[in-house]
Design a protein around this ligand. Structure first.
Ligand SMILES: Nc1ncnc2c1ncn2[C@@H]1O[C@H](COP(=O)(O)OP(=O)(O)OP(=O)(O)O)[C@@H](O)[C@H]1O
Ligand SMILES: [Mg+2]
Length: 241
C-alpha cells in the first residue's frame, strides 16, 4: 500500500487561497508569499497594502482630497476599492500595522456577513463583494499579531521554502544553486530576491564575478562562481560546434 503523500506548504497554500477568502501566510523572507498572494486564484484585480507604523485609516478606508476645482471629495482607499470590486487584497507585513488602525483592519478583513462601511458624503452602505479575498503576509510567527486580528485569520500557512514555481521561473543556470541556498535550512540562507537581482546584474554587465560579489557578499561569491563555472562548462560542452 502506498503511503499518502503529505502536501507541501505551497500545496496547502494553493488550496487555502483557492477555497478560503482569508489566509495568513507567514515565514522566512523572500520565499514568494507576496507574489503568490497577488497572483494565485485572483478573480479580478489584486491590490497590495504594505503595513507600516505610519499608516492611517486613510490608507485603508480613504480620506478627503481636494480636486482640481478646489472641491473636497472623499477618495476611497484601497480596502474599500477592493471590497467594491471583489478584488484580492494582499496585506503585507500585517504584524507592522500600528495599534491605531487595528480596529479598521479588523473591520476590513472580517467575515462578509459582519462587515459594512458607510460613505461619509452619500451615506451609501458598502459591503464586501462576495469575491473579495485577503491574503495577509508576515515574517515571524502568527502569535506576534493582536489576538483579535489573529481570530479573523484562522487559516494560517507557514512557508519557509521558496515557491517551486519561483525557482522554475529563474534562468536554468541558477536553479540548482538557488534551490540549495534558498532552502529553510541553508546557511547562510538567501532570498529569491538575491537570485533575481544577481541575474539582472549579470545580464546587464556580463560580469559574473562582480555581480556575484555584490549580490552574495565576499564570503559566498566564490562558491557561487565555482558552481556556475562548472555549470557553464556543462552547457558549453552541449553547444553545437
Ligand atoms: N511564482 C513566482 N514566479 C516568478 N518569480 C517569483 C515568484 N514568486 C516570487 N518570485 C520572485 O521572488 C521575489 C520575492 O518574492 P516575494 O516578494 O513574493 O517574497 P515574500 O515571501 O513576500 O518576501 P517577504 O517575506 O520578504 O515579504 C519576487 O520579487 C519575484 O522576483
Ligand atoms: Mg512579501
Amino acid at each position: 500500500m502506498t503511503k499518502p503523500k503529505t502536501p507541501t506548504p505551497w500545496e496547502l497554500a494553493e488550496f487555502a487561497v483557492a477555497h478560503n477568502n482569508r489566509v495568513l501566510m507567514y515565514g522566512l523572507p523572500g520565499t514568494g508569499k507576496t507574489y503568490f498572494g497577488l497572483t494565485h486564484a485572483v478573480k479580478s484585480e489584486a491590490y497590495r497594502l504594505i503595513c507600516t507604523e505610519e499608516m492611517t485609516d486613510a490608507d485603508l478606508i480613504g480620506c478627503y482630497k481636494q480636486n482640481e476645482k478646489g472641491t473636497w471629495t472623499f477618495q476611497e482607499g484601497v480596502g474599500i476599492k477592493a471590497w467594491r470590486q471583489g478584488a484580492r487584497l494582499v496585506v503585507d507585513e500585517i504584524n507592522r500595522m500600528n495599534g491605531d488602525v487595528e480596529s479598521r483592519m479588523m473591520a476590513l478583513i472580517d467575515s462578509h456577513a459582519s462587515s459594512s462601511w458607510q460613505h461619509p458624503d452619500t451615506g451609501e452602505i458598502v459591503k464586501p463583494h462576495p469575491n473579495f479575498s485577503v491574503v495577509a503576509t508576515m515574517n515571524g510567527e502568527p502569535e506576534d499579531l493582536a489576538p483579535a486580528i489573529l481570530d479573523r485569520l484562522t487559516v494560517r500557512i507557514a512557508v519557509n521554502e521558496p515557491n517551486p514555481k519561483a525557482l522554475e521561473a529563474l534562468p536554468e543556470y541558477l536553479r540548482g544553486i538557488a534551490t540549495k541556498w534558498t532552502g529553510a535550512n541553508a546557511y547562510p540562507r538567501f532570498s529569491l530576491r538575491s537570485f533575481v537581482d544577481f541575474h539582472a546584474m549579470n545580464t546587464s554587465s556580463a560580469n559574473l564575478e562582480m555581480s556575484a560579489r555584490v549580490a552574495f557578499g565576499e564570503d559566498q561569491w566564490k562558491e557561487l562562481n565555482d558552481f556556475l563555472l562548472v555549470n557553464a562548462g556543462d552547457l558549453k560542452a552541449e553547444e553545437p560546434k
